[in-house]
Design a binder for this molecule. Structure first.
Ligand SMILES: NC(=O)c1ccc[n+]([C@@H]2O[C@H](COP(=O)([O-])OP(=O)(O)OC[C@H]3O[C@@H](n4cnc5c(N)ncnc54)[C@H](OP(=O)(O)O)[C@@H]3O)[C@@H](O)[C@H]2O)c1
Length: 375
């Protein structure tokens, strides 16, 4: 199921705290940075905060700039992004500003929480996700309601879960030049299992006396569960497919091989370099030392499923992947019958124990450089 693009946004002190323990909200950002946050809010379809943030800060979560709201309306969007909160308990103050400002609101909660939230008469759509709060189901539901970009503005418990579950596409982190120094204050990220390896730095920007850092997670998912990083790498494979020299007798495909810690091992595309018949996965795998121990836990991303039959070379790409010892493949598009009928490279890989993940939301992008080969 497709999910919205999820952007986590937070400001932290130099010692990593989101707030202090005083009754007033600690202002970490500078005025210019609050304006940047307003701009990001204006660009998204929905803004989410946890119930803890509603209790602690009583935020309104609005787009404050009238001109930004006017631009949204001119573009046919609601004046304000949808406001979303999550609560297991359903114990939410119906007088909080969250419910009485801005546009539409949704509370995602549990079966028990839904009873309480409905009894409280909240001015919001109350959605039960079952006995427990399931983040993937929550995001699927938001996507089904038309949310394509979601901004998450905390707090720490919410940010931690979305990052640990591989559901965050991007992190906007503002570092503020002050210390909190109180171990009982809330931290941005709690303990638990994060991705191995390093995130990718997308941007760093000085804004008055704070610094904005934008990072993206890089580590592939595990098994058949797709993460936000899987979507990033598959998007890159689709972009590589656009680089292929055109052909009337073969597909244009892009491929990337990524280690489990998010390190890119190699990339390739069809007919690259001087080889007029090389396939994308073959080109990428040929750039990696076959004894590289990272191959066993790597993921191959390919815009088209790896081929199972091939006239131009002895081994099809599905076999090359098995020979390389790779156990996970993510692809956008199952091979059509254009050149080989019932190719089923995914079936060949799966029957050998490889986890194959198909993300159909990328199918159109994978097809784009191949439309002349399709009926
Ligand atoms: N500096 C910043 O940028 C920034 C931004 C936002 C917030 N903050 C600060 O962060 C602090 C609040 O953070 P927080 O971690 O305490 O709260 P939070 O993440 O805002 O909300 C946590 C609450 O969300 C619900 N929830 C989250 N995950 C759940 C799950 N898997 N199952 C069931 N319920 C779930 C629970 O609500 P119930 O308790 O109702 O079950 C939980 O208590 C405040 O001090 C605030 O000022 C700072």
């Amino acid at each position: 199921m497709p999910l919205p693009y999820v952007l986590l946004s937070a400001a932290v002190s130099l010692d990593g705290y989101l707030d202090d323990t005083g009754p007033e909200r600690l202002l970490l950002s500078s005025p210019a940075d609050f304006d940047r946050v307003d701009e990001v809010r204006a660009s998204v379809d929905a803004i989410l905060v946890g119930a803890g943030t509603i209790r602690a800060d009583n935020p309104r979560l609005l787009v404050n700039s009238p001109s930004r709201r006017a631009v949204r309306v001119c573009a046919g969007r609601p004046e304000y992004p949808l406001k979303v909160t999550v609560s297991g308990s359903g114990e939410l103050d119906p007088e909080a500003k969250f419910w009485h400002t801005g546009g539409e609101k949704i509370v995602y909660t549990t079966e028990k929480g839904a009873e309480r939230a409905r009894a409280a008469g909240l001015a919001a759509d109350v959605v039960s996700l079952g006995p427990d709060l399931d983040w993937r189901r929550l995001l699927e539901d938001l996507h089904a309601r038309g949310v394509r970009r979601l901004m998450v503005e905390g707090g720490g418990r919410v940010h931690t879960q979305l990052l640990q579950e591989g559901l965050a596409d991007e992190l906007h982190l503002v570092l503020a030049p002050l210390f909190v120094g109180d171990p009982s204050a809330p931290r941005l990220f709690g303990p638990g299992g994060y991705q191995q390896g390093r995130l990718r730095l997308l941007e760093s920007r000085r804004i008055e006396d704070v610094v904005l850092m934008r990072y993206a997670p890089t580590a592939p998912g595990e098994g058949t569960r797709a993460t936000a990083a899987d979507r990033h790498w598959l998007r890159l494979a689709c972009e590589l497919a656009e680089l292929c020299p055109p052909s009337r007798t073969a597909f244009s495909v892009g491929a990337v091989v990524v280690a489990s810690d998010g390190t890119e091992l190699a990339r390739g595309h069809s007919r690259e370099g001087d080889d007029p018949v090389v396939h994308a996965e073959e080109a990428a795998l040929a750039k990696i030392d076959p004894t590289d121990p990272r191959l066993a836990s790597a993921t191959v991303y390919s815009s088209l499923e790896p081929c199972a039959h091939r006239a131009s070379r002895p081994a099809p790409c599905a076999r090359l992947i098995l020979q390389a010892g790779v156990r996970r493949v993510v692809t956008a598009w199952r091979e059509p019958d254009t050149f080989v009928v019932d190719a089923d490279g995914s079936g060949l890989l799966a029957s050998a124990g490889v986890d194959v993940v198909v993300l159909p939301e990328f199918e159109d992008r994978a097809k784009a450089p191949n439309t002349h080969l399709l009926p």
